[in-house]
Design a protein around this ligand. Structure first.
Ligand SMILES: CCCCCCCC/C=C\CCCCCCCC(=O)SCCNC(=O)CCNC(=O)[C@H](O)C(C)(C)COP(=O)(O)OP(=O)(O)OC[C@H]1O[C@@H](n2cnc3c(N)ncnc32)[C@H](O)[C@@H]1OP(=O)(O)O
Ligand SMILES: Cc1cc2nc3c(=O)[nH]c(=O)nc-3n(C[C@H](O)[C@H](O)[C@H](O)COP(=O)(O)OP(=O)(O)OC[C@H]3O[C@@H](n4cnc5c(N)ncnc54)[C@H](O)[C@@H]3O)c2cc1C
Length: 556
């Protein structure tokens, strides 16, 4: 995050000064924004940067215990520099959060500089090798030119020039949220690879006396656990491609001072980061548990995969908060549509009247047609967004201010943002396959994946579709059955579909997911390396177990 922030927020002179140092690994940096007392509420950050026109320096301080920077990756022991987000004060006025480059450690002996106290925040659930750290600043001075001044400036006499958009400071977070969508796709693909390969190797239970124990991948319940998640990994692959394309297009516009789509990008990236990381987080656990006891071993790769992925739901914007950000924009779009404004691409459906198109219950609708089902996802999203938006309007009519009305409707706003994200993902998956240049056999297999993703997505949220009369109960039941009917067809290609991710064994880090499937020999070999097996009789025997047993034996 250090380098992307410099790339996006530096003037050209600052780029020339800082970026070569980063690219050549002459300095190592981190992004120090979060504090002990604030992670989500950026305007509440307390670190200060007071401008001293006499020396043309900023004086940085952590004025309170809650202002200590806390969590930034590699801050504790590794980084020599940081981008520090602080409240800018100049000529006695506060101008809000701005980014500053701060050297933390000497480039000679790596010791912290004067006014800098840094350290590791202690063991975490995962990311063991990463020294997430703390930073306490005490009257630490940096040159004026260390404030990143692409968008806002402080002149030598302390005069402040404000940015064209205050939220341009938040740009790096949007970029990393887009990366996390990719991270979700990768993590779920890894978990699917491990679980499906192992399920093809593992044989368990005798269905009928005398018959060989079947591969657990043959059980419909195992397929129902794993194949929708495999399809989701493919869906997220195509979504992260689409998301990155939108990000790149909007970022190019921003670089040409066209800020018209910055809100749409923020809302989409927030919703997709939250949606994909939540779904992946839950999916990793389903994959682990589908591997039985061996899934719980470190040898499976699941414990580390989960412990390292799960903070994706928290960092870079806590998921609930990001869903609310997305929903806030959707409410704004409903208002804009009602006042006749044209809505941008990813939200244009909110100005369509989707309610009349598909009233549930009419017979003869082709419930296996993906284009038709995507129109139902659209209707569900539109209904939920309008419902939540009407709740906000009713709150305001009842005398609340906008913030109060948004807060009181926030549970429904999160549901609406989830439905919006789900519609975008399902639509993107189906549309991406149409554009794919692939053999008819491959198209057929991928169509099976898209179908099980779309069917299962409705089955798992059928209440949404039935409550709004988008589907009748019997239609929902039919779609649920369509998903189950697809499972044996996907079974045929399941191992090939995970092999297609082509994770090397060294990357997958899983004995269960080995490409050669030679699990048992390698589990036994892996166990030999357990530290406890260094000696046949563990030293603790002589201190504890031995005396205990001997004492009790003497009583016999
Ligand atoms: C190559 C492939 C690789 C694949 C593999 C990769 C895998 C992994 C990838 C990567 C590794 C990950 C490593 C990262 C580790 C963690 C890093 C960190 O955690 S860094 C800290 C993150 N911290 C947050 O995210 C704070 C969250 N809080 C906020 O953003 C704000 O406080 C927020 C949005 C919650 C509230 O902002 P307000 O206090 O200014 O208030 P309001 O009124 O809500 O916003 C004002 C206006 O600004 C807009 N806005 C807010 N944020 C925006 C943004 N980012 N862009 C554009 N507009 C934004 C809003 O839409 C609103 O607009 P209107 O007034 O309605 O028009
Ligand atoms: C592994 C890891 C790495 C990290 N790396 C970095 C880094 O490199 N740099 C950095 O600056 N930070 C980093 N962070 C910090 C991270 O960005 C924050 O933890 C994150 O932004 C969430 O903020 P918080 O911890 O204050 O949670 P809080 O915001 O306190 O969230 C706690 C609860 O409050 C709820 N909540 C908060 N606000 C609202 C609201 N407005 N409406 C409804 N509910 C709300 C949330 O939904 C959540 O349930 C990292 C964190 C982790 C775990």
């Amino acid at each position: 995050m250090f380098i992307p922030t410099l790339e996006r927020q530096c003037t050209s002179e600052q780029r020339e000064k800082f970026l070569p140092l980063c690219y050549d690994y002459r300095i190592i940096g981190t992004y120090a924004q979060t504090e002990l007392g604030h992670g989500t509420f950026l305007r509440g950050l307390e670190t200060t940067a007071h401008y001293d026109p006499n020396t043309q320096e900023f004086i940085l301080n952590s004025p309170t215990i809650s202002s200590i920077k806390w969590w930034p990756g590699a801050l504790g022991k590794t980084s020599t520099h940081a981008v520090v987000l602080a409240q800018l004060y100049t000529l006695g006025k506060c101008h809000g959060i701005h980014p500053f480059v701060v050297q933390l450690r000497s480039l000679d002996d790596h010791k912290p500089l004067r006014g800098i106290t840094v350290g590791d925040i202690g063991p975490k659930m995962g990311f063991g090798p990463n020294d997430n750290g703390y930073l306490k600043l005490h009257k630490h001075r940096i040159p004026r030119t260390n404030m990143l001044m692409k968008y806002s400036q402080v002149s030598p006499d302390g005069t402040y020039t404000k940015p064209p958009r205050s939220t341009l400071t938040y740009g790096t977070m949007t970029f990393v949220r887009v990366l996390i969508v990719h991270g979700s796709a990768i993590a779920l693909a890894k978990a699917s690879t491990i679980a499906i390969r192992y399920s093809a190797v593992r044989r368990q239970s005798e269905l009928r006396p005398g018959e060989p124990e079947p591969q657990i991948l043959s059980y419909p319940t195992q397929q129902h656990k794993l194949f929708p998640l495999l399809a989701t990994a493919y869906a997220f692959h195509f979504v992260q491609l689409a998301m990155m394309k939108i990000y790149t297009d909007v970022n190019d516009q921003i670089n040409n001072s066209n800020f018209s789509r910055i809100q749409e990008l923020h809302a989409l990236s927030s919703g997709l980061k939250a949606f994909t990381s939540w779904v992946t987080n839950a999916g990793l656990e389903v994959c682990r548990m589908s591997c039985g006891g061996h899934g719980y071993s470190q040898a499976s790769g699941f414990p580390r995969l989960y412990a390292d992925f799960t903070p994706s739901c928290t960092y870079e914007g806590e998921n609930t908060v990001l869903m609310l950000q997305s929903a806030r924009y959707l409410v704004k779009c409903v208002r804009d549509a009602r006042s006749g404004k044209t809505l941008p691409g990813t939200v244009s459906y909110l100005s369509e009247d989707v309610s009349a198109v598909h009233s549930g219950g009419s017979s003869g609708r082709d419930l296996s047609n993906l284009d038709f089902l995507i129109s139902l996802y659209k209707q569900r999203a539109s209904n939920q967004v309008h419902f939540a938006s009407d709740k906000v309007d009713r709150g305001i009519s009842a005398g609340m201010d906008l913030v109060g009305a948004l807060n009181s409707a926030s549970v429904h706003l999160v549901s609406a943002a989830k439905a919006h994200s789900h519609y975008f993902i399902a639509k993107t998956f189906v549309e991406s396959l149409k554009l794919l240049k692939a053999s008819s056999e491959l198209q057929n297999v991928l169509h099976q994946l898209a179908s099980v993703y779309v069917f299962e997505g409705i089955a798992q949220s059928s209440g949404d579709f039935i409550e709004d009369y988008i589907l009748s109960g019997s239609e929902a039941k039919t779609i649920r059955q369509l998903a189950v009917d697809l499972l044996p067809l996907i079974r045929v290609n399941a191992v090939s579909l995970v092999d297609a991710f082509s994770f090397r064994d060294e990357v997958l880090q899983s004995v269960l997911g080995r490409y050669d499937g030679n699990v048992y020999e390698n589990l036994f070999k892996w166990a030999q390396n357990s530290p406890l097996n260094k000696t046949d009789v563990h030293p603790s025997y002589h201190k504890y177990l031995g005396p205990l047993l001997k004492r009790n034996q003497s009583k016999l």
